[in-house]
Design a protein. Structure first.
Lengths: 124, 168
């Protein structure tokens, strides 16, 4: 009695097993040297391409970032200089004094009641 | 070359199937592994130097494949937050190609819980009926170490079975 009596295989599995395994050489035809080496060459080439591209992109980004920061610095400095130095550059704000009527109108527009308005008038 | 390959298939395929089936606890996995083993055998056949017997060489490829499979299963189980033992037990309990007794099923589960190397030695000695010398040639482990490993495996299985008796 076999020691494997507690387990079994699907019907016909062991009968066909040898035929299936013997078909491996036909399926796994030994590829030529070039075919075998090709994936490695492709891998190496893509790696080189990646490095070159990476270098190019990183170099370009680094330079333009530097340029931008310098440009930003100069913009800010010249703006500061202009603001501090030339008052004429700022728009002129006309002088205007608020009258009491302006204040009352504002308070009325803001939802002030008549009683509150009278009390305000009396106190001022 | 093909004739030699076919001879190996005729001599070893069935024995290797049962070995792999015991190691991985499932017909489907054993079948996939067996295909892998013979693909490797075919690919490596031209470089076979004859340092060991052809049979030993083929078995070495098969046992390495089985151990690699078990290691991958362990990682897969960890990624699913389950243990490899639980996974192996689930496979054994769900195996549609099992017609043994409850005791035989429990023995399979206990063997599946052994560490990979002990499991390998136990399967080869207990189910594959290989001598310690043959196992030594395949695994590259000394006969003394194999005996110790087998003894340890037996003890663990005994303990495991008595534990499951208590818990019943």
């Amino acid at each position: 009695m076999t020691k494997h009596s507690d387990i079994f295989t699907p019907d016909g599995y062991l009968e066909n097993l040898q035929d299936r395994l013997m078909s491996i050489p036909a399926r796994e035809k030994q590829p030529s040297l070039m075919t075998r080496v090709m994936p490695y060459i492709a891998y190496a080439a893509s790696l080189v391409l990646l490095v070159v591209l990476g270098n190019f992109i990183l170099g370009k980004t680094a330079v333009s970032a530097d340029d931008t920061s310098t440009a930003d610095d100069w913009t800010y400095v010249s703006y500061l200089a202009q603001s501090l130095d030339a008052d004429c550059m700022l728009p002129e704000i006309p002088e205007y004094t608020l009258t009491e009527d302006d204040i009352v109108n504002y308070l009325v527009d803001d939802g002030l009641t008549l009683e509150e308005l009278v009390s305000y008038e009396e106190n001022h | 070359m093909e004739e030699l390959f076919n001879k190996i298939v005729r001599q070893e395929s069935e024995k290797l199937y049962w070995h792999l089936r015991r190691m991985v606890s499932s017909h489907e996995d054993a079948d996939d592994l067996l295909q892998e083993v013979f693909i490797k055998v075919w690919a490596a056949l031209p470089s076979f130097r004859g340092d060991s017997s052809m049979s030993t060489w083929v078995w070495r490829i098969a046992t390495n494949e089985a151990l690699n499979f078990l290691r991958k299963e362990k990682v897969r189980a960890a990624l699913r937050f389950t243990s490899i033992d639980a996974e192996a037990e689930r496979k054994i309990l769900a195996d549609p190609y099992f017609n043994g007794t409850e005791a035989e099923r429990r023995l399979s589960c206990a063997v599946a819980r052994l560490p990979e190397k002990q499991r390998q030695v136990f399967v080869m000695r207990y189910w594959d009926d290989l001598s310690y010398e043959e196992i030594s040639a395949i695994t590259g482990t000394s006969v003394g170490a194999l005996k110790a490993s087998y003894h340890l495996a037996q003890e663990k299985i005994r303990l495991n079975l008595s534990d499951s008796d208590v818990s019943k």
